[in-house]
Unconditional design. Structure first.
Length: 179
């Protein structure tokens, strides 16, 4: 391409002094040379594809084989580099996912430990206040929900008639206090 542009510049400079017939001959020769160059490139392409090899000698075929081996080697190097880059990217993503998974497991363990603590505290308070089936009029349960303290109270339901007593206390509409 550079040589073509250089020739164009030379011709352009030389055109000022050429006659019209000389310019026409020059451009005809230039067109013929470009047609021949195109034909050679097309023939070379066909040979690289394995077509029209009958006119080639042993030396030409060996050169073509070396050219194909070099091209194939370069293609494999490029493919290997892309594969290595993809593997590194997937390893980075895998490490990030693994770190996130570890963090989530830590959070899950903390929440699980808090849950066990709250359940043991709840069971301890239920036993301290008497069993749910006892006839006590009220049972209070406190638990921590994040930064808030939640207190649940177990009380007897309120009935329309005061003479009627339920058999055992039930979880009714007691107070729920968030402290």
């Amino acid at each position: 391409m550079k040589s073509l542009l250089e020739r164009y510049q030379q011709v352009k400079e030389g055109q000022q002094f050429m006659s019209a017939s000389a310019q026409a001959k020059f451009w005809q020769a230039e067109g013929e040379r470009l047609r021949q160059q195109l034909h050679n490139l097309q023939e070379n392409n066909r040979q690289l594809l394995g077509q029209h090899l009958s006119g080639l000698g042993l030396e030409d075929l060996s050169g073509l084989e070396k050219q194909l081996e070099t091209s194939l080697h370069n293609i494999r190097l490029a493919k290997d580099q892309l594969t290595i880059d993809e593997i590194e990217e997937f390893n980075k993503k895998g490490n990030l996912v693994h770190q996130e998974n570890v963090e989530l497991h830590k959070e899950l363990n903390i929440i699980h430990q808090e849950n066990i603590y709250l359940q043991s505290k709840l069971n301890g308070q239920l036993e301290a206040n008497g069993a749910i089936t006892s006839s006590s009029s009220q049972c209070s349960i406190a638990a921590r929900d994040g930064a808030n303290l939640v207190r649940l109270e177990l009380s007897k339901p309120h009935h329309a008639e005061k003479d009627e007593e339920p058999e055992s206390p039930t979880l009714g509409y007691g107070e729920i206090c968030v402290l």
